[in-house]
Write a protein that binds this ligand. Structure first.
Ligand code: PLP
Length: 454
């Protein structure tokens, strides 16, 4: 925008007055009908003019003529509310970030307590919470994982893992899998599998090969070929259960067999547990489901307790040692900041004390069987329902049916959504704290919406 146009725009809005109004609304406990209306109009207008009008076309929460838009405002437990006070059960869970529930009071308290004396770190002194969280992670993660590097998001965790694998191995080949999703920054996008997200940015990081997820023979042949042509594999990167790819579970021995191949060829195993980690699948980490120890574990999403954006990688000493000489080889200003560490520490305490991984396994089983029973007679619409813990996918026969279904659920007050790689599959990833009565409500709504699908 040219300076003249920018000044013209600024002239039409008194910025400080406008911000004052917004801050005043944030401060309020309850909104009036007029305020809710103003917020909705400003939101739709703001998305159209200053964010990206494409969202208004895409969002199922906005009607075609923009007459009505669901604009979120508050959240608690398993639910969030829009500005008009309509409540939704959150079965999308921010794509898996609300494992301990929305605004868990214990996580909130830890963050508020930390805010009272320091928000961000100096970057120069030693910040204590980073060390303490590192110690806790070394205790709770599988095998001999020991050293942590903290990030602000999933894609950053994957970037860190890839760079450390290169530093460690002096190799440049990575094996990823079809339907993988590892993020959208250029390094992690190289591992991500969906063409539509990758194509405009090619060439990505050289050296990535994708093999079909779950097929150990092709993985073995790829290792052989890479060695034969002198492009030895630095690492295999895998989601133990693919999330964005459509909630795809691996064959039972697959991860163990991949681990063995990595050992045979001197490659590292990076497990991307950005979505499966922190109790989601019925264990604290999905690696435990398959009895596998990675060299590097990637975390994010639920790691900050749904309150502060936070991520981490945890690596074994052999792998991480390559950063000892110069810890500044890979850095990020905000990674591991005191607020994020306070949130992560409190989140881990809640997960352990309330045994939420076990709860995810039990409630997940109940929900999965309830959903499966409800599909009897609707086999022409629903192809399969699968899942592990509270990571459940409902695969429809077509994108259109899946879209109609998620819209129907939304109208009935249950938020669900497709996956980024496979939009035929609707994912169900509620907080692990969801109550049985809320689960019953989800199942009843599922049944009702299914019966209304054309
Ligand atoms: N890895 C996995 C397995 C994910 O599911 C995601 C996000 O969906 C990412 C990485 C990227 O995380 P973020 O969106 O925080 O960058």
């Amino acid at each position: 925008m040219s300076i003249e146009v920018q000044q013209e725009t600024l002239k039409s809005t008194n910025v400080t007055e406008y911000i004052g109004k917004v801050l005043g609304l944030i401060e309020k406990e309850n909104l009036t009908v007029e305020e809710a209306k103003w917020i909705t109009e400003e939101t739709v207008e703001g998305f159209r003019e200053n964010i990206n009008p494409g969202f208004l076309e895409y969002r199922k929460t906005v009607t075609l003529d923009n007459q009505f838009a669901a604009v979120e405002w508050s959240d608690e437990g398993s639910c969030f509310k829009d500005v008009n006070g309509k409540e939704y059960i959150d079965c999308l869970g921010g794509f898996g970030i609300y494992n301990v529930g929305h605004r868990n009071p214990k996580v909130l308290k830890a963050v508020q307590d930390q805010l009272q004396h320091q928000a961000l770190h100096s970057q120069d002194l030693l910040d204590p919470l980073r060390a303490m969280l590192g110690k806790v992670l070394a205790e709770i993660t599988p095998g001999d994982l020991k050293y942590s590097f903290f990030t602000n998001s999933g894609t950053e965790s994957v970037e860190a893992a890839l760079k450390i694998a290169k530093m460690y191995s002096d190799r440049t080949t990575f094996i990823s899998t079809t339907r993988a999703f590892h993020g959208k920054s250029l390094g992690s996008l190289s591992g991500t599998a969906k063409g539509v997200f990758r194509k405009p940015f090619l060439p990505l990081i050289p050296g990535f090969r994708h093999v079909p997820f779950g097929d150990i023979e092709i993985m073995r042949k790829t290792f052989e070929v890479c060695q034969f042509v002198g492009e030895d594999v630095a690492a295999v990167i895998l989601e133990p259960i693919q999330g964005e790819g459509g909630i795809i579970l691996p064959p039972q021995n697959y991860l163990k067999e991949v681990r063995a191949l990595c050992d045979e060829y001197g490659a590292l195993l990076i497990l991307d547990e950005v979505q499966t980690g922190m109790g989601r699948t019925g264990k604290m980490f999905a690696a435990e489901l398959y009895n596998v120890e990675p060299d590097i574990l990637c975390l994010a999403k639920a790691f900050g307790g749904g309150i502060v954006p936070a991520g981490a990688i945890i690596a074994n000493e052999k792998t991480f040692k390559s950063l000892f000489d110069n810890p500044f080889m890979h850095t990020t200003t905000f990674g591991g900041n005191p607020l994020a560490c306070a949130a992560a520490l409190a989140t881990i305490k809640v997960l352990i004390e309330e045994d939420l991984p076990t709860r995810a396994a039990e409630v997940g089983k109940y929900l999965l069987s309830g959903l499966r029973e409800s599909t009897v007679g609707y086999e022409d619409k629903v192809m399969e329902i699968r899942g592990q813990g509270l990571m459940i996918g409902i695969e429809f026969h077509s994108d259109e049916v899946g879209y109609e279904f998620s819209k129907g659920m939304f109208d009935e007050g249950v938020l669900v959504a497709g996956t980024l790689v496979n939009s035929k599959t609707i994912r169900i990833e509620p907080p692990l704290t969801i109550s049985y009565s809320e689960v019953d409500q989800v199942i009843a709504t599922f049944k009702k919406v299914l019966s209304q699908l054309r």
